[in-house]
Design a protein around this ligand. Structure first.
Ligand code: ATR
Length: 277
């Protein structure tokens, strides 16, 4: 008898991860025989932890903080998008003993926008707030979608400039106080900062001047409707919350390890939302 496929989410800490709940929901929904567990692995034992996982028969896993960048050095195959984003969130043990590292955050961001807002187009420039790890995935996604210009504003301007240098001329770094004068030009506005998240300060941003067809999205999903999204909705803008990105980034890994592509449905959202309230 063959053993059921096993996957994990690795991080430190890892107890807060919603991935086990999501993966088990899909396994159950599709009546698949498989397992998915959280594994706490300390940074200094990452390499040994991966060896142990391979030995125990894990097919792969999701990677969360603090391992998302360090894992690239241990991988034998890194996808171009993981290389561009500078981090991996999905790893797979290869039959030749190697380790494949991918990053599905950017594609999860894109798939979510396309599913939640089918009329969304990238004809107009975008404005991205923040220049951390999440911003890198969002920038990759917007470039992949063909966005002609992406304004990038960050509290620490030098970080925005560094990302512009890395991602190329599509990215135009913007001083934080220049945001208001660009709001009317953009077709997409994305908050990738932690501002507005439960326990964090609010994102103090007036949307005066924004056009009602501009799509506004936030990677924060606690709360689901951030002040930014509330304000945008009140102005008639289409809004997309951050939970969908979390759900969609998990799809490629699930398909790789369990052999079936799961669907992100209203039911999937409800199931995860119940763990957030
Ligand atoms: P992540 O990987 O989740 O993106 P991060 O790398 O810590 O996390 O980045 C957090 C982002 O939120 C950064 O763009 C940060 O701005 P700085 O680069 O200036 O630190 C932004 N951020 C966090 N707190 C902020 C605040 N109070 N005001 C403005 N921006 C803030």
């Amino acid at each position: 008898m063959t053993t059921p496929p096993l996957a994990a989410v690795i991080g430190d800490p890892v107890g807060h991860s919603l991935s086990p709940r999501l993966f088990r929901h899909w396994l159950e929904k599709m009546s698949l025989n498989g397992g998915y567990v959280p594994l706490r692995i300390a940074p200094e034992t990452l390499s040994a932890g991966l060896d142990a996982m391979r030995l125990l028969g894990f097919r792969g896993g999701n990677v969360t903080l603090p391992h998302k960048t360090a894992i690239l050095d241990l991988a034998t195959e890194v996808t171009p998008r993981a290389r561009a984003i500078g981090a991996a969130n999905t790893i797979t043990f290869l039959s030749d003993g190697g380790l494949h590292a991918d990053n599905t955050d950017g594609v999860g961001f894109l798939t979510n926008l396309r599913q939640a807002s089918p009329q969304w187009s990238t004809n107009a420039p975008a404005l991205v707030l923040g220049a951390g790890g999440a911003a890198r995935a969002v920038l990759w996604g917007l470039i992949e979608a063909g966005c002609p210009r992406i304004y990038l504003a960050n509290r620490t301007h030098a970080r925005a400039e560094a990302l512009a240098k890395q991602f190329g001329p599509t990215i135009v770094p913007l001083p934080w106080d220049a945001i208001p004068s660009h709001l009317s030009d953009v077709g997409t506005l994305v908050n990738t900062t932690s501002l507005g998240m439960v326990g964090q300060p609010e994102l103090q941003l007036s949307l005066d001047g924004i056009q009602s067809q501009t799509l506004v999205t936030d990677i924060v999903y606690t709360p689901l409707m951030t002040s930014l999204l509330h304000d945008a909705r009140a102005r008639g803008c289409p809004v997309v919350d951050g939970l969908g990105m979390l759900l969609h980034q998990a799809v490629p890994g699930f398909e790789r390890w369990f052999g079936v592509r799961p669907e992100v449905t209203a039911d999937t959202r409800e199931h995860i939302l119940r763990a957030l309230v």
